[in-house]
Design a binder for this molecule. Structure first.
Ligand code: FUL
Length: 494
C-alpha cells in the first residue's frame, strides 16, 4: 500500500473519498445535558403555596404562613399522577412571587416552618424528593427571582443574601436536579417587609445572571438552566404550551433595548416561539401551560381541567415540534390533586403509551436514494428503525435532498409519522414531505419543516398503505436522520 493511501485510510477518509467519515456537524450543537433533556421530553410544574389558600395567582407577599396547612399532602399522589400521565419528572415551585418558601430555609422566616404543617417540622421539598426517588422521576426547582415579601427586594443584598442563598440551599439539599427554572416576572408592587410599594429593577443587570447561573453549574452540573434567555433551554414565548409549527432548537435572545443585554423578563420573547434558523446558541424551547386555566388551584376551576384530547393536541404541538413540554399541576388545599386532574392525566398517559407502543415501520425494508460512502452498515437507512436516537442514515455531503422508500410488505394503517435527526450533528433539515403509495401512485399525505430532536407529523386522516416515501425537500447540510416511525393513534374516549 502506498504511503498516500495509507494516510488517507488512517484519516478515516477511505478509498471512496471523504464520505466514509461522519458528516461534519452543522451549526451550534447540544451539550450532553441538553441531549438528556431532549430525551426527557415532558415534565410537570407544580404550583402550591399561600395562593392555594387565598384563591389568587400572585400573592402580595403579606400572607400569614399559618394559612398553609396541607393536612393530606401526598407527594406520592401528585408525582404518581404525573408519572401516570407519561411525564418523566416534576419541577417544584419552591418559592413563588409571594416569597413563601416550601422548605425550611435559613434565608427568611417566611417559610413552611412557620406554618402549622407537621407542627412546623414539614419540608415539602424533601417529600417531593423522596417521592421522585421512589417513582423514578426526575426533579427540578423553580425559585422565583421576584420576592414580594422580602424587605431587601430591589437592593443588591436581596440577590446576594437572600436569592442566591436560597438557590444554594435548594441545589445542595434536594438534588440531583434536572432543571432549574428562572422566571421572567420581575419587579412591581408588593408588601416588601411592610413598605407596600412598587419596586422596579433593571431586568438586564439586577440578578447578575452569569454569576447566579454559576451556582447551578457548580452545585448541579447536570441541571438545565431555563429562562427567557436560556442559557440551556428557552421560554417558548407564550403560556399556551405551543411551539411554532416551525421551531428551531437554535436561538439568539434579543434585547428589547439596543445597548442593553437581554435578561429574564427583558427579551423579545415572541421570537422564542420559532427560534432562529441561524441562531447563535443551541437553546431549545420549553412550552409551559397549566392543566387548569390557572397555575394555582381554584375550586371554581374544578370543571375546567384540560381533557385528554386537549393534552394530546398540546403534546403534538410541543414535544412533536422538538420542544419540551412543562405541564402545570395545582394541588389543592389538602395537598392533593383533585380527582378530575388525576383522571385526565391518567387517560392521556394511556393514550400516549398505546399510540407509541409499536412503530409500524419495524420490519420494513428501507431503501435510500443515497447512502454516505455506500457504507450501509454505518450510514444505511436500517438505522432509522433501531430505536436509537444517535445511529443514523446519512448521505454524501453533496446530497441534501435524498429520498427514502419504506416498504411495509403489507398494508398498514397509521396517522402519525415520527422523524428525528441525530442532533449531535446539529439541526440540518429544513423541510420534508411524506407520500403514501395509493392507487398505484404516490400521494403526498404530510409535510413538515424543522425536525431536530423530535418531529411528529399528525396526519389529517388515517392512511392505509404498504409503501411510504419520505422526501427531504430542503436541508442546510446533508441530512443525518436517526428515526423514522409510523404510528396509529389510540382511540380517545372523551
Ligand atoms: C410565570 C409566573 O408569573 C406565573 O405565576 C407562573 O409561575 C408561570 C409558570 O410563570 O412567569
Amino acid at each position: 500500500m502506498n504511503k498516500l493511501l495509507l494516510t488517507a485510510l488512517l484519516c478515516g477518509i477511505g478509498v471512496t473519498g471523504f464520505s466514509q467519515s461522519a458528516p461534519r456537524p452543522y451549526g451550534p450543537l447540544p451539550s450532553p445535558r441538553q441531549l438528556k433533556w431532549q430525551e426527557t421530553e415532558m415534565y410537570c410544574l407544580i404550583h402550591f403555596g399561600p395562593d392555594t389558600y387565598t384563591d389568587k395567582e400572585w400573592g402580595n407577599g403579606d400572607e400569614d404562613p399559618s394559612i398553609v396547612n396541607p393536612t393530606k399532602f401526598s407527594a406520592m399522589q401528585i408525582v404518581g399522577a404525573a408519572k401516570a400521565g407519561g411525564f418523566k419528572g416534576i419541577i417544584v415551585v419552591a418559592k413563588h412571587h409571594d416569597g413563601f418558601c416550601l422548605w425550611p430555609t435559613k434565608s427568611t422566616e417566611h417559610n413552611i416552618s412557620k406554618s402549622p404543617y407537621k407542627n412546623g417540622k414539614g419540608d415539602i421539598l424533601r417529600e417531593y424528593r423522596e417521592a421522585c426517588d421512589k417513582l423514578g422521576m426526575k426533579m427540578g426547582v423553580y425559585c422565583s427571582p421576584w420576592d414580594r415579601n422580602s424587605a431587601l427586594y430591589g437592593k443588591p443584598e436581596y440577590v446576594t443574601e437572600v436569592y442566591r442563598k436560597q438557590l444554594k440551599e435548594l441545589y445542595s439539599n434536594y438534588g440531583p436536579l434536572f432543571e432549574v427554572w428562572h422566571d421572567g416576572a420581575n419587579g412591581g408592587d408588593g408588601y416588601y417587609g411592610g413598605a407596600n410599594e412598587k419596586r422596579t429593577i433593571d431586568r438586564s443587570t439586577y440578578y447578575g445572571w452569569d454569576e447566579t447561573w454559576g451556582i447551578a453549574r457548580k452545585l448541579q452540573p447536570g441541571a438545565m438552566i431555563f429562562g427567557d434567555v436560556g442559557p440551556d433551554v428557552r421560554w417558548v414565548g407564550n403560556e399556551r404550551g405551543v411551539a411554532g409549527e416551525t421551531c428551531w432548537a437554535t436561538y439568539t435572545p434579543h434585547s428589547p433595548e439596543p445597548g442593553k443585554a437581554p435578561g429574564n423578563g427583558f427579551v423579545l420573547d415572541k421570537e422564542g416561539t420559532e427560534g432562529h434558523r441561524d441562531g447563535k446558541y443551541w437553546m431549545p424551547a420549553e412550552c409551559d401551560v397549566a392543566l387548569r386555566p390557572g397555575w394555582f388551584y381554584h375550586a371554581s376551576q374544578d370543571d375546567k381541567v384540560k381533557s385528554p384530547a386537549t393534552l394530546l393536541d398540546l403534546y403534538y404541538k410541543s414535544v412533536g415540534r422538538g420542544a419540551g413540554w412543562d405541564l402545570g399541576l395545582s394541588p389543592n388545599q389538602l395537598g392533593l390533586l383533585a380527582d378530575n386532574d388525576v383522571k385526565s392525566l391518567t387517560a392521556f398517559g394511556n393514550i400516549l403509551k398505546e399510540t407509541f407502543k409499536t412503530n409500524l415501520a419495524k420490519g420494513a425494508t428501507l431503501t435510500a436514494s443515497n447512502v454516505r460512502g455506500k457504507n450501509k452498515q454505518r450510514f444505511g437507512p436500517a438505522n432509522l428503525i433501531d430505536n436509537d436516537r444517535y445511529t443514523y442514515w446519512a448521505t454524501d455531503n453533496k446530497v441534501t435532498t435524498p429520498e427514502l422508500v419504506v416498504n411495509l410488505h403489507r398494508p398498514k394503517t397509521f396517522n402519525v409519522v415520527r422523524l428525528r435527526e441525530n442532533i449531535k450533528l446539529g439541526q440540518r433539515i429544513d423541510a420534508v414531505a411524506v407520500d403514501a403509495w395509493v392507487d398505484n401512485a404516490w400521494q403526498e399525505v404530510g409535510t413538515a419543516t424543522s425536525i431536530g430532536g423530535n418531529r411528529l407529523i399528525r396526519l389529517k386522516d388515517d392512511v392505509t398503505t404498504a409503501k411510504v416515501r419520505l422526501r427531504i425537500t430542503a436541508a442546510a447540510a446533508s441530512p443525518a436522520l436517526s428515526d423514522f416511525g409510523l404510528f396509529k393513534e389510540a382511540a380517545i374516549n372523551n
